[in-house]
Design a protein around this ligand. Structure first.
Ligand SMILES: O=C(O)CCC(=O)C(=O)O
Ligand SMILES: [Fe+2]
Length: 344
């Protein structure tokens, strides 16, 4: 990644997609306190006010932040420190675990979103390694240094997984489904965790850390540092709103899979990452994804004659593989979107 002021055209966004009108709004994404989950929960009853907050956030925004989520704060600090240490390694050391065409996990400095290069570096790993009949390879590459990196990051991932299943229960209940209705889809999950480093960018008005996109999986659970840069497109008016960093919180967003399962009751929101010219930014999204053999389609309980299914089914593994291919390198074709499965 060049750090001179010379503009590399690979990073330049079309004028309409550049980061100019981000609002720092008080009326931002909802903040939800999850402490009732730990104090007021008895067997299978969930506090009604909490469910109402989650329902409204999913319906109106597709995005919310959570505090008092049960993940130890020391673990968040440890994971952030390990992330910074890894990206601080000389490039030649990071390149020892570089991604390639056959295996998409490891370090990468050249990701594209919608065929424009992102101003970032990433390190990806799968929560559960596997080799699928579909040709999907989930195989991790762990660097030898920093010492303890793998242990810390895996501990972090296992802890976030617990939160992911709790959120899945909450979301199921808000859809009037039994709390564990969606769990079976994740039995051989293809969840992966990404470490993101956004270095200072000499032309933040032209490039983006991540171009506008929607997350394709079920749910994303993101830890961000205090710098800020994540922007969400607000559904009510289409304005880009900055997600204010809140210490020790997570940002949660609905992905395309829940959009389809819920038959558009909940929609995945478009978002992007703006960069700045002064500060490095770090984040860690946990992409909670179903098993590759799952055919994603509106849940039968949520469709009826009056509310017919809005999507044809698609196989998650195939979709996921095609998405990863288009993020790996610039393609001539448009990348695959769930809209391609929408019924006419
Ligand atoms: O770094 C962030 O704040 C968000 C990154 C993101 O949207 C993604 O990797 O899908
Ligand atoms: Fe995203």
């Amino acid at each position: 990644m060049a750090h001179s002021a010379q503009v590399d055209p690979a990073f330049v966004q079309a004028p309409e997609h550049r980061s100019k009108e981000t609002i720092s709004s008080a009326d931002g994404v909802p903040l939800i306190d999850l402490s009732p989950l730990f104090s007021q929960r008895t067997c299978n009853t969930f506090p009604a006010t909490l469910l109402a907050e989650v329902e409204a956030a999913c319906r109106n925004w597709g995005f919310f932040q959570v505090i008092n989520h049960g993940i130890p704060l020391e673990l968040l600090k440890k994971a952030e420190a390990a992330e910074k240490e890894f990206f601080g390694l000389p490039e030649k050391d990071k390149l020892k675990v570089r991604r390639d065409e056959a295996n998409r996990f490891g370090y990468y400095e050249s990701e594209h979103t919608k065929n424009v290069r992102d101003w970032k570096r990433v390190f990806d790993f799968a929560l559960q390694e596997r080799f699928d009949a579909t040709g999907l390879v989930l195989k991790n590459r762990w660097p030898e240094v920093p010492l303890g990196f793998r242990e810390t990051i895996e501990e972090y991932a296992r802890s976030v997984e617990k939160l992911a299943f709790m959120l899945l229960e909450l979301i199921s209940l808000t859809l009037n489904l039994p709390p564990k209705r969606l769990h079976a889809f994740f039995e051989e999950q293809t969840t992966f965790i990404r470490l993101n480093h956004y270095p200072p960018c000499p032309y933040p008005d032209l490039a983006l850390g991540v171009g506008r996109h929607k997350d394709s999986g079920a749910l994303t659970i993101l830890y961000q540092d205090s710098v800020g840069g994540l922007d969400v497109k607000r559904r009510s008016d289409g304005e880009w709103v900055r997600v204010k960093p809140i210490p020790d919180s997570f940002v949660i967003n609905i992905g395309d899979v829940i959009q389809v399962w819920s038959n558009d009751k909940y929609m995945s929101a478009e978002h992007r990452v703006s960069v700045n010219s002064e500060r490095d930014r770090f984040s860690i999204p946990f992409f909670f994804n179903p098993a590759s053999h799952i055919d994603v389609r509106p849940l039968p309980e949520l469709v009826s004659d009056r509310n017919p299914g809005k999507y044809k089914g698609y196989n998650w593994g195939e979709f996921f593989k095609r998405r990863m291919d288009s993020d790996f390198k610039k393609l001539e074709v448009e990348n695959i979107q769930i809209d391609h499965f929408k019924r006419a």
